[in-house]
Design a protein around this ligand. Structure first.
Ligand code: GLY
Ligand code: MN
Ligand code: MN
Length: 470
């Protein structure tokens, strides 16, 4: 049992907002389970991680819990179902909050043992207009809801009314979660600062160990260990996603995992890693010379990626669309590819031609960012709600009908992460082969532009070299 770092009143406010949304939609009841525990092998489970939607509305991190919000009458009421107190189980698995303590601790109106869920749900669903639950996120949930509704329907002859419609609760929650409140922003800033410190430590360790020499060679996993050490020593509970520590050409594999490749002097190392703190992610990428000194070819490409990131940062401001930072970064990258001969001007033409043809995708094949929050790839609509679809080019250059991209507003959080990845290929200058570079920071959209929450680790090539010399 661990208690949330955010006041319980904040979660109550979020539940009230859901209650108001249900009311505005004609009344109804929302049902939301937390995540299940997942077996890893034999008697071992994966480390438990609560469901983000559930945590957003409760701050409760125990498994085996459900939240029910009703808003049919005047009031909005919240009911928690949680694991019952059980001395035997608590001796093995840890202290449980239990239903008696839950209302005072979490601010819910009522709490019951989860053992009574199936017995109580048909009654709670009776005479409700609609039932809201997360679609396609919890295996078996639809079947469970169907079972409860079946029991309500069986009592229709006795005067019970069965909900007439079912709706996706994620629709309401995604929109709320996209706009971070000040409590969330405070945690995101702290998570970003811890992760930045971990990147600094990894860079310094890399240079120091290569200088000193280390038996068996400096390996990717040595730097991963430094990251984890720094996350945990500052109280972060876990990495927000599997850390990428990639030596040399491994950086050209976008989802490479920290492995055991030896880092060689003269090679670059790409680290994409961030901690999860109190349920909130951070997501940082830095690319640095393993021994602390960029080669001229590495520096040339690095400065292009950095300029692309600066262009994307300048385009991250209220009123701009989610795609504007990507378009700004892509233009700088495409120009850089022509200037360096990665793309031949004779063959590919001007920067506009390269963007139109998509030739830049040989070296830059991903988007420049994503929403970030409790989930590293956070929820939230990437298109503007209420807008009309129009014919547009998608990320792969196909013409498709889609809504215009989301308009950025203060309080939204997104990553800015351009890169260049050069795999050996005919026609590509050899000096650039096996160079993979990405630079990623986490941006909070503010009234004027954006705040980078992860700049506790330097990004300019000279500053990185200075840090690694120190
Ligand atoms: N680390 C995951 C990402 O950058 O999207
Ligand atoms: Mn990212
Ligand atoms: Mn990342």
């Amino acid at each position: 049992m661990s208690l949330p770092s955010t006041p319980t009143a904040v979660y109550a406010k979020r539940r009230a907002a859901i209650g108001r949304a249900l009311k505005a939609a004609g009344g109804g009841i929302a049902v939301l389970p937390t995540a299940p525990e997942r077996p890893r092998n034999r008697d071992s489970d994966f480390p438990y991680r609560h469901d983000s939607y559930f945590y957003y509305l409760t701050g409760f991190t125990e498994p085996g819990a459900w939240l029910v919000i009703e808003s049919s009458g005047k009031a909005v009421t919240s009911t928690l179902f949680c694991l019952p107190k059980d001395l035997e189980r608590e001796t093995w698995d840890g202290i449980r909050l239990g239903p008696d303590a839950a209302p005072a601790q979490l601010g819910v109106d009522a709490a019951f043992s989860v053992d009574t869920l199936d017995e109580k749900m048909p009654g709670l669903l009776t005479n409700q207009n609609a039932v809201w639950f997360p679609f396609a996120t919890h295996k078996g949930l639809q079947t469970q809801v169907d079972g409860w509704l079946g029991q309500v329907r069986a009592r229709v002859r006795l005067g019970a009314e069965c909900p007439q419609s079912q709706h996706d609760l994620c629709r309401l929650l995604d929109e709320m979660r996209l706009h971070k409140d000040r409590h969330e922003i405070a945690i995101l800033r702290r998570a970003g600062a811890i992760s930045a410190g971990a990147h600094v430590r990894a860079m310094q360790t890399s240079a120091a160990l290569l200088r000193q020499g280390i038996k068996g060679g400096l390996r990717e996993y040595h730097l991963e260990a430094e990251l984890l050490h720094e996350f945990r020593r500052h109280g972060a509970q876990a990495p927000a996603y599997t850390s990428i520590v990639a030596a040399g050409g491994n950086a050209c594999v976008l989802h490479y995992r920290a492995g055991n490749t030896e880092l060689q002097p003269g090679q670059l190392c790409l680290i994409d890693a961030g901690c999860e703190l109190d349920g909130y992610a951070s997501d940082i990428t830095r690319t640095f010379p393993a021994d602390g000194k960029f080669t001229p070819a590495q520096r040339t490409l690095y400065d292009i990626v950095l300029a692309a990131q600066e262009a994307a940062i300048a385009a991250t401001k209220p009123g701009n669309r989610f795609t504007d930072p990507h378009d700004a970064a892509t233009r700088v990258l495409a120009q850089g590819m022509l200037d360096t001969g990665l793309l031949s001007k004779a063959k590919h033409g001007s920067v506009d031609d390269v963007i139109e043809s998509g030739a830049y995708r040989q070296f830059y094949m991903h988007r420049t960012g994503h929403w970030m929050g409790m989930d590293v790839h956070d929820c939230g609509d990437y298109t503007e709600p209420g807008s009309q679809p129009r014919l547009e080019k998608d990320a792969l250059g196909q013409m498709v009908m889609k809504k215009p991209a989301r308009i950025l507003k203060p309080g939204m959080v997104l990553t800015i992460e351009p890169g260049i990845y050069v795999r050996p290929a005919k026609g590509v200058p050899k000096k650039f082969w096996d160079i993979g570079i990405r630079i990623e920071d986490d941006a909070l959209v503010t009234a004027e532009g954006c705040e980078l929450m992860t700049r506790g680790v330097p990004v300019a090539a000279d500053e990185i070299e200075g840090l690694m010399r120190g």
